[in-house]
Write a protein that binds this ligand. Structure first.
Ligand code: GTP
Ligand code: MG
Length: 197
């Protein structure tokens, strides 16, 4: 049975650790700076445009959103880190939740850390990567918005990301290049998720 179909559904939005669903099945999550394209990537993977709410306002996603794949596993859309268009106290609250989730979720098989292909790895990305190292959560870098870059510049940015990843023990070496807009890398990412157990 196909893992990614239009049957994929939204399960729930979580605002505190005690609201998480039971960790009784594998899950993967999408982390990254606000506006990097996490929710758009989930929509591209599932083929359902409005499933995860995306917008040009950094700080759109403010809850941990769970989506159920056809085999029951979860895809998890996270709030962003870094600058967000929301009051400081609110941002602080969801950043704390994000960090607790990333360091304390037993069923988390892999964290995809999204990096805007135009900007490369920033210091806030490094902080999250270090947190994942300490928590022994394998993470994989996904470059987003590849459609906005020329091939030559993409190569340069990939080299930068590869160099940064080499310093993180929890980093998976393969980088996935994606465009949720054009569909690049989406089949590859689906196959990676399908291959995790
Ligand atoms: P937060 O929830 O605020 O943390 O943001 P997010 O990481 O979920 O980003 P979101 O998916 O909402 O996308 C942010 C903006 O980037 C939107 O305007 C998207 O249309 C745009 N975007 C996302 N992916 C791509 C892409 O592959 N190519 C292009 N050109 N734009 C993209
Ligand atoms: Mg979002």
């Amino acid at each position: 049975r196909k893992l990614f179909t239009s049957e994929i559904d939204f399960l729930k939005g979580v605002v505190a650790m005690d609201g998480l669903p039971p960790d009784d099945r594998p899950e993967v999550c999408f982390a990254g700076r606000s506006n990097v394209g996490k929710s758009s990537l989930i929509n591209a993977l599932t083929g359902r445009k409005g499933l995860a709410r995306a917008s040009n306002t950094p700080g759109r996603t403010q809850e941990i959103n769970f989506f159920t794949l056809t085999d029951g596993r979860y895809l998890v859309d996270l709030p962003g880190y870094g600058f967000a268009n929301a009051p400081v106290a609110v941002v602080q609250k969801w950043q704390n939740l994000l960090k607790q989730y990333l360091s304390g979720r037993a069923s988390l098989r892999r964290a995809f850390v999204l990096i805007d292909a135009r900007h490369g790895v920033k210091s806030v990305d490094e902080e999250i990567m270090s947190l994942l190292d300490r928590s022994a959560v394998t993470f994989q870098a996904v470059l987003t918005k590849a459609d906005k870059m020329k091939a030559k510049d993409l190569e340069r940015i990939q080299a930068q990301v590869r160099e940064k990843l080499s310093k993180h023990p929890a980093a998976y070496p393969e980088i996935v290049m994606t465009s949720s807009e054009k569909g690049d890398g989406i089949a590859t990412l689906r196959a990676i998720i399908a291959g995790l157990d």
